[in-house]
Design a protein around this ligand. Structure first.
Ligand code: PMP
Length: 417
């Protein structure tokens, strides 16, 4: 793609051809983007005007509490809140909206499962299976649980190209494993898990499968029933929605049997000092006044991406990653991590240059990437690095962002000789 040191990406697919994947230019929808080369969508996505407007309305003329009000505005907000639950359920392919619990994000969803389901179902001697590429939020909650109940954690290795090695997983899993928790898409390598196969392997020993869908929901169509997992977590802010809100999906029978994890208003049936009874799921897991506006914003974000179509978004991001991969491969001294078919995410290293310096120089060029351990320190250890630079794409990116990235890296190489 890049001839010699010419980084103009002359031979890169023209904009129109890239857009022929079904995506028109959505950049104008995003007031936060302008001509910024934002390549940090895996950390958090920029928000379209449609989501920002929905949030403004929800805090403005529509604002009221949910579930408790006897007046029309509150009743309407309750309808919007529960309609959002139905929307998330349909978006994830859930069998029922009562399988959706609103949480602060993927982190809280995993902590909920570990503390509530894990606390009730794991005992001393039981085992938990994670993978080497997990985000800290899919490691630490399980460590807290393991310490509490006396369970052990085992770690599935990766294939040479950076996928969770399901062959190894199938060889190491045993009936002592009660839960397997894996990233559906890696936030560092972009590798996509064959989740259905992982579910079959987990279920073959009677273990449950939790999928961390943070990086998957903005990039690929998710159908929890087809994946046959048991728990699925996501964060709205990676899906072009607001921060502070996300969803946990769990199979109804599992959710119904789980004890509450936080007590307070809205999660009860009847409270007396002698005995308190709890509301059925999902309300049992939503103690306190919820993030009402966040939920409305999440629904708006789902409407936004569904109007475009996840298949089109996926094809678009895949084309951009392929373009970036090919361009960076042409530069000697750049090392790429992760499989060829990574979804929207590309980690790399410029030989002899700390990723933070790469990130700082790129920032001067108007290119925003992430540099660091990406909350995946065990994976950094596996890769033999302290940190990586990571470019991650969203539906608003195009080949001008790839060109700017490559130009910036050329400058890094010049500065560092
Ligand atoms: N898992 C993965 C794979 C992630 O990328 C992230 C966010 N970086 C999380 C979990 C945690 O998400 P949140 O901080 O929104 O709870």
């Amino acid at each position: 793609l890049v001839e010699g040191s010419d980084t103009s990406l002359r031979s890169v697919e023209p904009f129109d051809r890239l857009r022929a994947n079904g995506l028109k230019n959505y950049r104008p929808d995003f007031p936060g983007i302008g001509d910024w080369h934002y390549l940090d969508t895996a950390a958090t996505a920029q928000k379209p005007r449609q989501v920002i407007d929905a949030i403004a309305r929800a805090y403005g003329e529509d604002y009221a509490t949910v579930h408790r009000g006897v007046y029309a505005r509150s009743a309407n907000m309750t309808l919007a809140y529960e309609a959002a639950r139905r929307k998330v359920a349909a978006f994830l392919g859930a069998a029922s909206d009562s399988e959706i619990v609103f949480v602060r994000g993927a982190t809280e969803g995993i902590n909920l499962v570990a503390q509530s389901w894990g606390g009730a179902n794991l005992k001393s001697g039981d085992r938990i299976l994670l993978s080497c590429l997990e985000h800290h939020s899919n490691i630490v909650p399980w460590q807290l649980l393991a310490e509490r109940v006396g369970a052990q954690i085992d770690v599935v290795p990766l294939t040479a190209d950076g996928r969770i090695d399901l062959h190894a997983m199938s060889a190491m899993i045993s009936p002592s494993h009660k839960i397997v928790a894996l990233a559906h898409v890696s936030n560092v390598l972009g590798s996509v898990l064959d989740a259905r196969r992982a579910a079959d392997i987990a279920h073959s020993v009677g273990a449950k499968l939790l999928l961390d869908g943070c990086q998957a929901v903005p990039r690929i169509t998710v159908d929890v029933q087809a994946l046959d997992c048991d728990f699925y977590v996501m964060s709205a802010h990676k899906l072009y929605g607001p921060t502070g809100i996300g969803a946990l999906w769990a199979r109804q029978a599992i959710l119904d049997a789980m004890p509450p994890w936080q007590g307070g208003g809205a999660m009860i049936d009847k409270v007396t000092f002698e005995k308190t009874t709890y509301a059925p799921a999902p309300n049992r897991f939503e103690a306190g006044t919820p993030h009402i506006v966040g939920v409305v914003g999440l629904a708006a974000a789902i409407d936004y991406v569904q109007a475009i179509g996840l298949d089109a978004i996926h094809a678009h991001e895949t084309a951009l990653v392929a373009q970036a991969r090919a361009a960076l491969q042409g530069l000697n001294s750049v090392r790429l991590f992760g499989p060829e078919d990574s979804a929207g995410i590309l980690s790399f290293e410029v030989e002899g240059v700390h990723p933070h310096d790469v990130g700082t120089i790129l920032d001067e060029e108007g290119v925003a990437i992430r540099a660091g351990h990406h909350c995946a320190q065990p994976l950094m250890g596996h890769l033999g690095v302290e940190a990586t630079a990571r470019a991650s794409f969203g539906l608003y990116n195009d080949e001008s962002d790839v060109a700017a990235l490559v130009r910036g890296i050329e400058r890094v190489r010049k500065i560092f000789g």
